[in-house]
Design a protein around this ligand. Sequence first.
Ligand SMILES: [Zn+2]
Length: 108
Amino acid sequence: MMVKYGVSGLRIAGYKCDVCSKSNVKLWRLNNVLMSQQRKLCIDDAARRLRINVSGVRNSNVPRFLEPGRLMVPAVPLRVKRDRINNYWLYDSVPEAGWRWWDSLPLR
Ligand SMILES: [Zn+2]
């Protein structure tokens, strides 16, 4: 079913880092990757994957896009089935309420 972002304090089951299992934090995903190969990563695991330094990144200065290397974009779920995320919004199609939800998540 489609995620309803209007709900305040929304928690999405299964929204956790695929490496360290941290949940209720901002997650990123690789851009232009098939859903079957898609992984969602927290800032620190994304940084390890991209080999970038994010030690200076805080809640107040979170970049939406992580580069260089492969572009990672915010993982904003579009559809979920039980505890699995079936699909993500393309980053240029994320609805306003979806951005508000993602922006409200803590970084770490
Ligand atoms: Zn992680």
